[in-house]
Design a protein around this ligand. Structure first.
Ligand SMILES: C[S@@+](CC[C@H](N)C(=O)[O-])C[C@H]1O[C@@H](n2cnc3c(N)ncnc32)[C@H](O)[C@@H]1O
Length: 216
């Protein structure tokens, strides 16, 4: 999609307009608010890791819900626009082998209660390429969550509908008490193939073992 078309679609998008009026850096805030209302993934005082956090719509929601006794570690290759005393920013690449250690350092050595990944590749417009690149990021976020998410913790991961996603969900079913696929209202309006995987209550380590074979 050309930049001009993207800007014009964004201007006409009611979720974008609402985010501007309500002071959220992006419409993604409403995706997380929808998931939070249905599944209560976040609680006051939680330690949260937000991957793909720029510009910060979800980050603002997380910061407000966890409150001053909680902490949010924001991870992105770009520095988020949203700032708050309970937010630590890590400008780093999810695909870097050091990212889990960097996140644990930012969490002062403790694991997090919730990991959210809204990381998404720059779209090429070629469906197979975009689906593949998104799957790589989703699987990488699961590998990181194996290291940084506490037992009992929750995870929300962006994905695109595809055959491989069903394989991934089946492999993860025994690793979390609840596994759901959620379509949020902003995605419905755009008729996109974007979904969120909601995993509640991590039951054991090693959930991401061999997941890379799905994309190889
Ligand atoms: C849809 S935007 C996220 C919107 C954001 N969650 C919000 O609430 O405003 C996707 C983000 O993923 C980030 N991203 C993509 N690939 C990444 C990677 N390898 N490492 C870190 N961030 C990445 C992009 O920089 C972009 O900011």
């Amino acid at each position: 999609m050309s930049k001009a078309r993207w800007l014009s679609e964004r201007r006409d998008d009611p979720w974008h307009k609402r985010a501007k009026v309500e002071g959220y850096p992006s419409r993604a805030a409403y995706k997380l608010l929808y998931i939070q209302k249905r599944y209560r993934v976040l609680r006051r005082g939680d330690r949260v890791v937000d991957i793909g956090s720029w510009p910060g719509g979800m980050l603002k929601v997380e910061s407000e819900i966890v409150g001053p006794e909680g902490l949010v570690v924001a991870v992105d290759v770009r520095e988020p626009a949203f700032k708050a005393p309970n937010v630590k920013v890590l400008v780093t690449d999810l695909l870097s082998p050091k990212v889990a250690d960097e996140i644990l350092n930012a969490l002062n050595g403790e694991r997090c209660d919730v990991l959210i990944s809204d990381a998404s590749p720059r779209l090429s417009g070629v469906r197979d390429v975009d689906v593949f690149n998104q799957l790589v990021l989703t699987i990488r976020a699961l590998e990181v969550s194996d290291v940084v998410l506490s037992l009992g913790g929750n995870s929300v991961l962006k994905a695109f509908e595809c055959e491989e996603l069903g394989v991934l969900e089946r492999r993860l079913q025994r690793s979390f008490r609840v596994c759901k696929r959620v379509v949020t209202p902003p995605a419905l309006r755009k008729r996109s193939s974007e979904v969120y995987l909601v995993f509640l209550n991590k039951l054991h380590e090693g959930a991401s073992e061999n997941l890379r074979s799905i994309v190889m």
